[in-house]
Design a protein around this ligand. Structure first.
Ligand code: TIU
Length: 228
C-alpha cells in the first residue's frame, strides 16, 4: 500500500496519490533544445532551456524506478501539414517556418529528426507519447482519454516552454478538473521574465492554475513516501 506523497510547494503542499498521478513532460524536442535546432536558429538562447535537462532526467529516472506513469508530448504536424491551421502558419513569420527544411529536417513535422524528443529524456516503450498540433496537450489529442482510462487525476508538469506549451497545458488541465504541480527547475523559457511571471501566475490567488515546486522537493517527497 503506497501512501500519499506530499510535496512542499507554493501556495501550499501538493498531495498526490502516486497511482492516480502522472508525470507529463512537455515538448522536450531536439528542435527546441539542441544547438543548431529551430529554436536557436530563430536567435533564442537555448541554454535557458537546456538547464532543465538534468533535473528532468533525474526526476524521470526516479519516476520510472517507482513505476509511476509517465506521458511525453511533442509539438508537430503531419507531413502534409493538413493539421497546421492557416493562423499558426501565418504567425510563424520567420524566413524559415513550420514545414520548411530546417537544420534538423522539416521543422515541427512528425518523423523528422528535430521533432524527436532529446536523447536524454527519450521515451521508453510503453510510455505514451502525445503528438499535439497546438500549444496545449489536450487540444486535438487523446490525452484526456488516456488520463481517464488510467485513472489519473493529478499531473506533475515539466518541459518547455514555461509560458507557452506548459502554461497552455496547465490551463487546459485546470479547466478539465486536473490538479497540476509545475516544477520550476524542470520548465524553461527562452525569456527569463516570462518564465518567472509564468510561474507566478500559476501559484497566484491561492493557486489559480495550480501549484509550483521544484525537482529537489519532489524527489525528497518521493523518498519520504518510500518510492525512491
Ligand atoms: N513547446 C512550446 O512551448 N512551443 C513553442 O512554440 N514555444 C515557444 O516558446 N515558441
Amino acid at each position: 500500500m503506497i501512501s500519499t506523497v506530499s510535496v512542499d510547494a507554493e501556495p501550499y503542499a501538493f498531495d498526490f496519490d502516486p497511482m492516480q498521478s502522472a508525470l507529463l513532460i512537455i515538448d522536450m524536442q531536439r528542435d527546441f533544445l539542441e544547438p543548431g535546432g529551430f529554436g536557436e536558429m530563430l536567435g533564442n538562447d537555448i541554454s535557458r532551456l537546456r538547464c532543465t535537462i538534468e533535473p528532468n532526467r533525474q526526476l524521470l529516472a526516479a519516476w520510472r524506478s517507482a513505476r509511476l506513469k509517465v506521458i511525453h508530448t511533442r509539438e508537430g504536424h503531419r507531413p502534409d501539414l493538413s493539421d497546421l491551421s492557416p493562423a499558426k502558419k501565418k504567425r510563424s513569420r520567420s524566413q524559415t517556418t513550420i514545414g520548411d527544411i530546417g537544420p534538423m529536417g522539416r521543422i515541427l513535422v512528425r518523423g523528422e529528426p528535430g521533432h524527436d524528443i532529446i536523447p536524454e529524456l527519450h521515451p521508453f516503450s510503453g510510455e505514451p507519447v502525445i503528438d499535439k498540433p497546438g500549444k496545449g496537450a489536450f487540444f486535438g489529442t487523446d490525452l484526456q482519454t488516456i488520463l481517464q482510462n488510467c485513472g489519473i487525476r493529478k499531473l506533475i508538469v515539466t518541459g518547455v516552454t514555461t509560458e507557452v506549451c506548459v502554461h497552455t497545458t496547465v490551463r487546459e488541465a485546470n479547466d478539465r478538473g486536473y490538479d497540476c504541480l509545475v516544477l520550476e527547475d524542470c520548465v524553461g523559457s527562452y525569456f527569463a521574465e516570462f518564465h518567472a511571471v509564468g510561474l507566478k501566475m500559476i501559484r497566484a490567488q491561492t493557486g489559480i492554475f495550480g501549484w509550483v515546486s521544484d525537482s529537489a522537493r519532489t524527489l525528497s517527497a518521493l523518498t519520504r513516501a518510500g518510492l525512491c
